[in-house]
Design a protein around this ligand. Sequence first.
Ligand code: ADP
Ligand code: ZN
Ligand code: ZN
Length: 857
Amino acid sequence: MTERLSPGDLIEVALPLPLDQTFTYRAGPDGAPAVGTRVLVPFGRDEKVGWVVGHPDQGPRGRKVRPLLSVLDREPTVSAEILELARWMAAYYVAPLGITLRAASPAVLTDSSRHVLSLVENPVDPGSADRGELPSGGGPGGVGAGEMAAGGAGGTTRREAAVLEGLRAAAGPRSVRGLRKALDMGSIWPEVRALVARGLIEHEVVPPAPPPVKTRRVVEVVDWVEDLQELEARFGRARRQREAYDWLAAAGGRADLKAVLETGGFSRAVIAGLEERGLVTLRDEEVMRDPFRDQPTGEAPRFTPTPDQARVLEGLVSLLDEDPPPPALVHGITGSGKTLVYIELLREVVLGRGRSAIVLVPEISLTPQTTRRFREQFGDLVAVLHSGLSDGERYDAWRQLRSGEKRIAVGARSAIFAPLPDLGAVIVDEEHEGTYKQSEAPRYHGRDLAVLRAVRAGALCVLGSATPSLETWSNARSGKYRHFSLPERATGQPLPPVRVVDLREARKTGSAAGGGPGGQGSRGSVLAQPLVEAVADRLTRGEQAILLLNRRGYSAFVQCQECGDVRVCPHCSISLTYHRVTSRVLCHHCRYEEPAPRRCERCGSTDLSFRGLGTEQVERVVSETFPSARVARMDVDTTSGKWAHHEILGRVERKEVDILLGTQMIAKGLDFHSVTLVGVINADVGIHLPDFRASERAYQLLSQVAGRTGRGALGGEVIVQTSLPDHFVIRHAVDHDYEGFARRELSEREDPPYPPHVRLANVILSSPEEERAAKAAEAGARWLRNWATRHRPDLDVVGPAPSPIERLHGRWRWHFLFRGATPGTVGAAARALMDQYGGQSLGDVRVSLDRDPVALL
Ligand code: ADP
Ligand code: ZN
Ligand code: ZN
């Protein structure tokens, strides 16, 4: 690691650029910095921060090798372990090494604008004793980039003098970038290095200051008028005020003023009117930045593990002594007490054996509720890496982990790169979560990296879930991973009963709220009678209900209202998407298309629905059906800021909310004993997203959301509304039968083959012009098919077709898929394809590759 080479040596540098190569530079007079050290190098007319990744014997033939500008670290900031991980990512996901290294590093370290210079007060350099009047013109030859005057030689060049002058004029520290701009004399790094070497100036990397405290104006209901008649009386003819009041009530009694004005469409005068009546107040509130900062540490009740927990724990601990420990799946139902198992395992690894550990959780469940449990047990040994940290705070945590001051990193996806020495365990909670996959380059999967890093470090990797991904499940079945299960809830409570309400029946009998005649769209029932009664029942008992609204698909599918059947592609077995303009249905994998059906293929009914339920429609029906309930909705319109959902959950916890209405995000990690009802408004939406994982996601969601209730002594119940009561996802969810579901889903994925039976990659081509995206996709798929016949006949290319999300950020998107039986085949194809198209510019067409995609959007 500390190999020292003689001056003039070459270094290989990885730069965070979308170019699939590394670059060679010449080291300075101090010799080549060690691998893993950051350096500043000239690049074109610019300067860039990169990492030394090797020491080549010779430079690229026929090209002049430029000298580096500055060595930025005294010690390498990337360890051999992380560099190896970055190299693996670069090869596997076909991404430049500089890009994977950047993903693995705190942002501060890759940002060259953080380099700050200051004058040294009393320099000891003999050559500069006379600080007031520096001699100019150190050498007639002029000092070119990199060829600096030797340290301590005494002479100060004209350029160096200019740098010193610039710093003196600033009367305080100055960024290198700012100074360079002001002086307008090209790169000043050679001068900086020389002056630093002579002790005349100081150079440090300064993390950005945390942003100042931000406030926002909030409107809050202070007087709850529950009685309808009283409401009428209070508002009289002030209709807009009444509407604004209702709107606020539906938002849970609080909203940002901005949202009230913009989303709600109410004027300031209307709000002022409400304030005058004493119904609402307006105040400034601090935008919450870090809800973890003031969390209590240490001193918490310690449970005695149940016999099941003890058995799993013992199994895991015994794996620690294998070399390397095999990855383990802990399949535990919701509420089975997986967290306690993690905590006790960490106690052994971190406190018992003095090693370190990483705990990955999905960002959304990185709630104070979850992290508090680790903080309570391990106090200041824990660093919580969450998205609310400023770059500076993140960098601090990174340093504390590196120095061993903190030994447990709890965080989302990127915490897998925590610079922990002597890693003993990596835990991935809710390992099935799609958010572990990064959605931009490098498109790595945090869980897969966890397994890899752990194995290489000789650490134990524990994957925990109530509904494991089918990849992990089949690895556990095949014996590649060890398999542990926690089949019961730790508290001894049973899983809640799940009742299915058949929406087809409800429609026929007209028993649904929000149904009724009318044009297309208002037909869909929202709340069937059994769900209405169940909610009403909770309201009278003072208990709480969660209503889950599957986000409407980004596309519409065609469903028979009579039998529930949905049109799927005959080749890909994914739902066909309805396109209103052309009145056709289309497969977004293989581009199979046909005219939009007029009658159901299965039962012949002409009663077809062409769109899912809208969020707005559901909200309206819920608040009309339960006018006196305090409804909070979890969406981006009523709140702003990163921690908005924490605030809403806080209100649920304090029982300021009767009904929580929300999307997927409410299904995760909540543990509220007074939530005794979970209602799923329409389970069909999730099952029919055009994606081979739709069923898996739908099952996971149903089982997660069911896990939110029945946790306390009050018990609980789940009601699922669906037009497909016989669909296997629904049936197994009702029975809480994950294994049955997994068996069936694995067989569904055999033909046509999908992961985990095969490996898959998705190639997305986007352009501001649809035509060009389509052409490029066709050319790319054709090229790959040709390549495959020559090199990998077992490769299967599907498509191209427009992406399910056809337009994003002003770009049209097309995609094609390829699959192969082995990672080798898919890897070779990915590499060949990106060599052909990746680096080279295709005009305005962008090509991106997503290996092992979690969603095909
Ligand atoms: P999971 O993550 O598996 O869904 P949790 O770890 O959230 O489950 O635990 C569910 C509930 O059971 C929590 O309220 C937790 O405090 C409680 N619990 C866990 N283990 C025990 C135990 N051994 N004795 C008593 N209560 C426990
Ligand atoms: Zn039908
Ligand atoms: Zn198809």
